[in-house]
Structure formats: structure tokens, C-alpha cells
Design a protein around this ligand. Structure first.
Ligand code: MRU
Length: 375
């Protein structure tokens, strides 16, 4: 299935699949869903030029889509991982419950290795495995139950993002100029987004915000995806090179930096797209609040600090090539860490679905974990 943006809006594309059991009628954009006995996801590597849907009937295809960034962004990766494992469960040739659980655990490990930094992936896989291990009934019922559980995770993600947007938008003052990084919108989640969701909510509340979108080298999630999303929502925005951020701050054009997270350690250290740390230092130097937005599923309470977070190293071609065109000479050595860690000292606040954590984060994050969801 393929639509060109000029001919059909994304809205039309998604509404062309109205039978999906997991579709939320209030949503107007969805990155991943279950339909016609398969997982369907928007191919983000084709955006903004083409809106294409990838259809996966095997777990290996979903895992490959995660590895190659067809689906990306911590919460979306988690949901994709859950659907991948649910797909796997449908094809396991197991004779006993033990065999089934062992095979499921083995596949879960393989899915987890596709993107090691975003903790939402292991969080979602763990949730499905626990569901399977604790299920008291006949294990042959598990494949369909696991699929339902993956659908629930997807649905919860939308509700979580709406709650993050509600909490986070209370921080935004009228007329603010907000600088954001990477893509944290609908495309990085199931729908609505985290940091970009907050900006979207502030825009919908008529606060007259303006967004500076950093292009986000090397894969250009900002230029390709965030720029495309803000145009869909009608949010006033300006695309800048990553290198321009400091100069804009110096000229007084940035009131707030708002980013997402791939994994947050217990002490509030934040792993996010490579370059986030640089922005946090710039923000501190210029006295600008640096806000992180993420679901509590992005907080790794097992990781005492950022040093415990595995940082994914991605292929050198992401640096030596742009849009398939080689820009660096053959033979040059390349380092391509996909994420960096911003120390908690540089973070002003972390917005979650259960409220806003402020320093000291060890206490405030723990407090939010034990607090019931407030609507
Ligand atoms: O490599 P990506 O594109 O998956 O990285 C995504 C990011 O770094 C996002 O900022 C982060 O996942 C937060 S998404 C709500």
C-alpha cells in the first residue's frame, strides 16, 4: 500500500483501515496497529517523501523494521517489540507449556537486541513474558491473549502521552519559543507523542508557541519527521541545523528546551538522541530550562545512573552517507553512537504521565512510580 502525500493526507490513509481492533477513533495519526492478521506500521524511513505502510506477518519482519528504523522512538519501539513477540507466539511449534515459554523467552532476547538503549523495548517484552508465565489457563490460549496484551500496551501508550501532554503543557507560557530535538511526536509513539505532544497540546490550547526543530544528524529525525509532523498539526515552526542552537540561545530566541528520552536512570540521568547532552550544556550556560518528557516505562529503576545505560553504536553509513549519497571519503574511520547521556544536574524537570519530577530525581521519580495515575 502506498500513498503520495500530495494526493492523500495521512489521515485518509489511516481512516482507510477502519476495521482495526486497536484503532482509537479520537486519534488522527497512528504509527503501528494490528489488522488483517498482521502488524502494520508506517515506514518512517520513507517519510516525508512517501507515506508507506509495512505489513509484517512474521516476528522477524517486525524485528528488522525496528533495527532499520522503519519504526523508531522509544515508546513506539516498545509497542513494536510487543507485537513482534505476540506474532512469534502464534507460530511456535510447542508441545508443552515449558517448551512454549522457553521458545518465547529465546525470541524475546533476539527482539531485545535490535535496539539496546530504549528501555521501553525490554519493558514491553518483559510485560508480555510475565503475562505468559503467570497465565493459569491452557498455554494454547496464550497466542491470542498475548496479541490482546500487545494491543493494550499500544492503547495505554496513547493515554499515557495525553497525560504527559496535560502535565507538561501546564509549564508552557503564552508565546514561548521552544527548541526540540529528534522526533518525539506521534511517530515516536503510538500516537500524540511525548515532548512534541506537550508542544502540540500547548498549541491546541492557543498559547501561540513557536518551535525550533533541530535537524538531528545523522539520521535527521528532526528535519524529516518532526518538521513533517508540525506541518500536519499547523504548529508554527522553524527548522535549524543542530549547529545553530547555541547562536539562537545567545540571541535570546529560545525560552525552553524540550526533549524526549530513550532511558532515564534512577538518579535522573537521561539517555536520548546523540546531541541532547550538548543542548543541555548550552541551555544551562544560557539559563534556559531543559525539560525532558517521557513515560515512566522509560525510567530504568535498575540503572543507578547513566553509566549503566547501554549506548547503541549504529552503522557508519549513517554518518558517511545522506539519503544514500556518500558525502565522506572512502576509508575514513567513523564513530556513530546513537545516544548520549545528559547528567541529571543539567535537567530542570522530567514530565511523566503521573506528574512532573524535579530534583532530586531519585526521590521524585520513585514517588511518581508509587503514585496512582492522576487524570
Ligand atoms: O534512534 P531513534 O530515532 O529511535 O531515537 C529516538 C529518540 O531519541 C527520541 O528522542 C526518544 O526515543 C524519545 S521518543 C518519544
Amino acid at each position: 500500500m502506498q500513498f503520495r502525500i500530495g494526493n492523500f493526507g495521512l489521515r485518509i490513509l489511516l481512516y482507510s483501515n477502519p476495521k482495526s481492533a486497536f484503532r482509537n477513533s479520537k486519534s488522527n495519526m497512528r504509527t503501528i496497529w494490528w489488522e488483517e492478521e498482521r502488524v502494520k506500521l508506517l515506514d518512517q524511513t520513507k517519510l516525508p517523501h512517501r507515506v508507506e505502510v509495512v505489513e509484517c506477518t512474521r516476528w522477524e519482519e517486525v524485528a528488522e523494521a525496528i533495527r532499520t528504523l522503519k519504526i523508531r522512538g522509544a515508546p513506539a519501539i516498545g509497542v513494536a517489540g510487543a507485537f513482534a513477540l505476540a506474532l512469534a507466539a502464534r507460530t511456535l511449534p510447542s508441545r508443552t507449556r515449558e517448551e512454549f515459554l522457553e521458545a518465547l523467552t529465546h525470541i524475546s532476547r533476539q527482539i531485545q537486541q535490535t535496539r539496546p538503549t530504549a528501555v521501553n523495548l525490554s519493558w514491553a517484552l518483559h510485560r508480555l513474558l510475565q503475562f505468559a508465565r503467570n497465565y493459569p489457563g491452557n498455554f494454547q490460549e496464550l497466542p491470542s491473549l498475548l496479541l490482546e496484551e500487545a494491543g493494550r500496551i499500544a492503547q495505554e501508550d496513547i493515554e499515557t502521552n495525553r497525560a504527559i501532554a496535560r502535565h507538561g503543557s501546564s509549564l508552557i507560557k503564552p508565546g514561548e519559543r521552544i527548541l526540540t530535538y529528534c522526533n518525539t511526536g506521534s511517530l515516536a509513539t503510538v500516537d500524540y507523542g511525548t515532548a512534541l505532544g506537550i508542544i502540540r497540546a500547548a498549541h491546541e490550547q492557543g498559547k501561540g508557541v513557536h518551535v525550533y526543530v533541530c535537524e538531528t544528524r545523522p539520521v535527521l529525525q528532526g528535519a524529516r519527521l518532526t518538521a513533517w509532523e508540525v506541518l500536519q498539526y499547523g504548529i508554527p515552526a522553524t527548522l535549524i541545523t543542530d549547529n545553530a542552537a547555541g547562536f539562537l540561545m545567545r540571541k535570546g530566541q529560545v525560552d525552553r528546551v524540550l526533549v524526549g528520552a530513550d532511558r532515564i536512570a534512577r538518579n535522573g540521568d537521561v539517555a536520548n538522541k546523540i546531541g541532547t547532552y550538548t543542548l543541555a550544556i548550552l541551555a544551562r550556560f544560557h539559563g534556559i530550562p531543559f525539560i525532558v518528557a517521557a513515560p515512566l516505562s522509560s525510567v530504568d529503576f535498575e540503572a543507578p545512573d547513566g553509566w549503566a545505560i547501554p549506548i547503541e553504536e549504529r552503522p557508519p553509513e549513517e554518518v558517511t552517507h545522506i539519503g544514500g549519497l556518500r558525502i565522506a571519503p572512502e576509508g575514513i574511520q567513523v564513530a556513530n553512537p546513537a545516544f548520549d547521556v545528559t547528567p541529571a544536574d543539567l535537567v530542570t524537570a522530567i514530565v511523566t504521565e503521573r506528574g512532573i519530577a524535579t530534583p532530586p530525581f531519585k526521590e521524585s521519580l520513585e514517588g511518581l512510580r508509587s503514585r496512582a495515575m492522576v487524570s
